[in-house]
Design a protein around this ligand. Structure first.
Ligand code: FE2
Length: 610
């Protein structure tokens, strides 16, 4: 039985194909269209899923959509009426799209499937989709389920319990009170883009002090013991205007929001630190409440807030659960996966067998390309490359280049489903380098200098570098952990430098991946989830005695992660990357005939700043 899951029309559209309960394919539309967070119908992702499954739309048994558009419209209407006449401009802005498209989702789906599908459409609730994406692929037989995001229909967060092939929804929090929207409000206030810059806000937090924590808790929020809360809507604008905060917010933080792309001041850093602490406090309370409600020792999570890996790390270390699993496509793209799995297990009652390695297959669920296709492309553009038939020689060359301080673009296997690059579409570098963070930020990715880089570490060595349990699992880079005390360099204790000056401190023996507060967003690599990446790390360790490399997504600022060999080659040629690996082919920048004539600025201009 083939079930197609679709998420669309908000942000991060995606498609997923589940066959007899197994995830055959999943991909996000932005990777194909090269438009970050693309919200249109995921035509390319749907076509890819069908092709990968080897079927036509007419052979689909069911198509599941990740939310209930009519209920969402109901929320819009009620919010408008509740705030009328103030919200009219916002309502009028949104209405045409609803009338043209969103209220006619079945018709739009028919069109997207080119009239080939004659069966039923299933509409799962937004937070059911998130909950299903968290629980059904997870390695546990039973678990507490926590979903937290901006908003779906009415729900902004939910607690559920999963057991076997069933999910029981237990409690929800409702719009406008929302942890995701609260975090996004400060993403907006600090001058970053909503539904995109939340990650930057989290990365900025360690540069500041949480001096606004009390103001936020006292003026903006009424937090209950169980972690649920109400927001004082006088300070927020998202119900009745086209911005996230109201002018009243400015008075609490000494002035209006930062304008995008202007200098970041200590105020923004302190706001970032404050909202991060408040978020962590709330998430920890909700997690404790979820444990009491469900009695479970395991927790699974999804929804955009579950991408806050600093909060996730605290749940794991300080919370009441023994084990935590987080859906790697925790945002709305993962709703496509959840809708399909919810249909299979919950609606059709099909059994589920938990897999100790999980059912997510390393989240390598997107397209891949054969060596023949890659060589055909490289020959067509006159690229100079070497193809390796011997795998161990290939792996040694890649590891050797990283050890020689080269910045290596690595493109192999199926692409990742979810916002993090996990080795298939990654840029790799030596974490021991003191220059790598600034080189990679400014010359490779052309992004803000303060942004940290994440480590990929051999799973069996994770406790040698980080304060984590021996063999602890974080295959999807969704947990932050501290760098071990004995790896830190004592001369630069936090507190001596202020603000962005902290960047210059050499903080540890792996400075390129140690954030200014000595934390790191860790991806553990094992042979089950990411076999090729594991071999590269083993070879790197044999040469250098270091089991850790930098792993950052293969793209420049504003660009979706590369999807095809052509995307990768273009990105490589327009940045200061030294080496490009495409499956078994290796290219050195210095050997490319036209490398010197290429203009990076024209390439960067193709992508809107995120
Ligand atoms: Fe969501």
């Amino acid at each position: 039985m083939n079930i197609l899951g679709i998420s669309a029309y908000y942000h991060d559209s995606a498609a997923c194909l589940v066959r007899d309960g197994e995830i055959v394919a999943a991909a996000q539309e932005e990777r194909f269209t090269r438009k970050k967070h693309d919200h249109e119908f995921p035509q390319n992702a749907v076509d890819f899923c069908l092709e990968r499954a080897g079927i036509e739309a007419g052979e689909l048994d069911l198509v599941a959509f990740y939310d209930k558009p009519l209920l969402k419209f109901d929320r819009l209407l009620e919010t408008y009426i509740g705030y009328a006449p103030r919200g009219f401009k916002l309502f009028r802005m949104g209405l045409p799209l609803w009338l043209r498209q969103k209220l006619h989702t079945p018709r739009e789906l028919d069109r997207g499937l080119r009239g080939g599908y004659k069966g039923r459409y299933v509409f799962t609730a937004h937070h059911e989709s998130h909950a299903a994406s968290a629980f059904f692929p997870c390695p546990f037989e039973e678990a507490a389920i926590l979903t937290l995001d901006g908003v779906g229909e009415w729900a902004t967060g939910s607690i559920a319990r999963g057991e076997g092939n069933r999910i029981q929804m237990l409690q929800e929090m409702r719009f406008p009170h929302s942890l995701g929207l609260l975090y996004s409000a400060f993403t907006y206030f600090t001058g970053f883009r909503v539904n995109s810059g939340e990650y930057k806000l989290m990365g900025l937090a360690p540069y500041g002090e949480p001096i606004y924590r009390d103001v936020m808790v006292e003026k903006l929020l009424d937090i209950k013991e169980d972690g649920s809360f109400r927001m004082n809507m006088e300070y927020f604008g998202f119900c009745d205007s086209d911005v996230m905060t109201s002018p009243k917010m400015d008075s609490l933080f000494g002035g209006p929001p930062r304008k995008a792309e202007t200098d970041i001041s200590q105020r923004e850093m302190d706001i970032a630190a404050s909202i991060q602490v408040v978020t962590e406090e709330i998430v920890l309370k909700i997690a404790a409440h979820a444990q009491e409600l469900t009695g479970s020792r395991k927790l699974v999570m999804a929804g955009g807030v579950a991408l806050n890996c600093v909060a996730n790390g605290r749940i794991l270390r300080e919370g009441p659960f023994d084990d935590v699993w987080i859906q790697p496509a925790a945002g709305d793209a993962g709703g496509a996966l959840g809708a399909a799995l919810f249909t299979w297990h919950q609606l059709l009652g099909k059994p589920r067998q938990a897999n100790p390695d999980d059912h997510q297959s390393g989240s390598l669920l997107g397209p891949d390309f054969s060596s023949t296709e890659i060589r055909g492309y490289l020959d067509s553009v006159g690229a100079v490359y070497e193809a390796y038939d011997d795998e161990s020689e290939l792996i040694d060359r890649i590891a050797g280049a990283i050890a020689d301080q080269k910045v290596v673009g690595h493109f192999a296997d199926r692409s990742e489903f979810g916002p993090r690059a996990l080795g298939s579409r990654s840029i790799l570098g030596d974490a021991r380098s003191t220059e790598m963070q600034s080189v990679m930020n400014l010359k490779i990715k052309f992004r803000e200098s303060f942004r940290p880089f994440a480590p990929a570490v051999l799973r069996e060595k994770v406790d040698e570098i980080f304060d984590m349990r021996s063999g602890e699992n974080s295959p999807y880079m969704l947990l932050v952990a501290p760098v071990r005390q004995d790896k830190r360099l004592g001369s630069t204790e936090t507190g001596q430098s202020r603000g962005l000056e902290k960047l210059k401190d050499v903080r540890s023996t792996v400075p390129a991946i140690t954030h200014v507060d000595y934390s790191a967003r860790v991806q553990t690599i094992d042979a089950q989830h990411h076999p090729r990446f594991y071999k590269i790390l083993k070879s790197f360790e044999a040469r250098t005695q270091s089991p850790v490399v930098i792993n950052t997504s293969f793209n420049v600022r504003g660009e979706p992660i590369v999807n095809t060999p052509e995307d990768a080659y273009r990105c490589f040629m327009h940045t200061n990357m030294d080496v490009l690996v495409l499956e078994n082919c290796i290219l050195a920048k210095s050997e490319q005939p036209n490398a010197a004539d290429i203009d990076a600025s024209a390439y960067l201009a193709e992508f809107a700043l995120d």
